[in-house]
Design a protein around this ligand. Structure first.
Ligand code: URA
Length: 269
């Protein structure tokens, strides 16, 4: 039930929505307004506990903490290279506990489209709709991406789509550099296994992470870069992220140029 307007509960929900908190982490709601129990007096809250009992209760209460970022990157590198197929990679990623985003996301968003396609597009991270459906680019920016692909005669049967980070960051925030670095070995292996002829980086963060460049997307979009997949060198192009194009429709003309260049490159073989 949605609380009626001008109540503290409704104000709190509105505040959450405005700050990007749009997903619940618990199974059942907690009524914070109902918890009116007075705080325990300080003297009574100090319970004598044996160190062992204390540790046991902590171990029961807290889920295993993810490893430190450097350790997580090393784990990711070591397990990602074990994958011999994309299905194996998906299963390995699903078991990987090194990225804290997994615990707040509803599910893994691995890929969509045709893994045999000659064109692979890589975005940044799933949003709310992607998290619900378990597929990349199914929300508003995904619909625009579909229209851009259709304009050059492509659809999800002729492209393969994934993200740098396969779990939704809470409130659609930008993934931290650490989160991207932890997930990088997986997307690199995914590219190697899919073995596309052409890679398109959707948006600056994708281009910077995959191509190791520092320049922003306005400078790099539309340029071809060499990308070493591990099997061979392919061509890679950064272009504007569809979410950016929704906010800045005038920039669509540049994205259109990029997509024509991508089509031309695909037609060359
Ligand atoms: N934006 C992305 O970068 N990826 C998605 O899957 C959806 C939106």
């Amino acid at each position: 039930m949605i609380p009626s307007r001008n109540t503290p509960a409704r104000d709190l929900l509105d505040f959450y929505a405005e700050t990007g908190v749009d997903a619940l982490l618990g199974e059942s709601p907690v009524d914070r307004f109902a918890s009116t129990e007075p705080a325990e007096p300080a003297a009574r809250s100090v319970q004598p506990v044996t160190p062992a009992a204390d540790l046991n209760s902590v171990a029961r209460a807290a889920p295993a903490a993810p490893p430190a970022p450097d350790e997580a990157v090393m784990q990711a590198r070591s397990v990602a290279k074990n994958a011999k197929t994309l299905d194996e990679l998906r299963a390995i990623l699903d078991r990987f506990e090194g990225c804290a985003l997994k615990s707040t996301a509803s599910q893994l968003v691995f890929a969509d489209g045709n893994p045999e396609a000659r064109l692979m597009l890589v975005g940044e991270a799933p949003g709310r709709e992607e998290d619900i459906e378990g597929l990349p680019f199914v929300g508003r920016s995904g619909k625009l991406l579909d229209r851009m692909l259709a304009a050059i005669g492509l659809d999800r049967t002729s492209v393969y789509i994934a993200n740098i980070v396969p779990w939704r960051p809470p409130g659609n925030r930008t993934p931290t550099p650490q989160e991207s670095q932890i997930c990088l070995p997986f997307i690199l292996r995914q590219i190697e296994l899919a073995d596309p002829d052409i890679l398109v980086c959707l948006g600056g963060p994708s281009a910077q992470t995959l191509l190791g460049i520092r320049e922003g997307i306005t400078k790099t979009r539309g340029r071809w870069f060499a990308f070493e997949t591990g099997k061979r060198e392919i061509r890679a192009m950064p272009t504007f992220h569809p979410a950016f194009l929704l906010r800045s429709p005038l920039q669509k003309r540049f994205a259109w140029r990029d997509f024509l260049a991508i089509k031309e490159a695909l037609d060359q073989r």
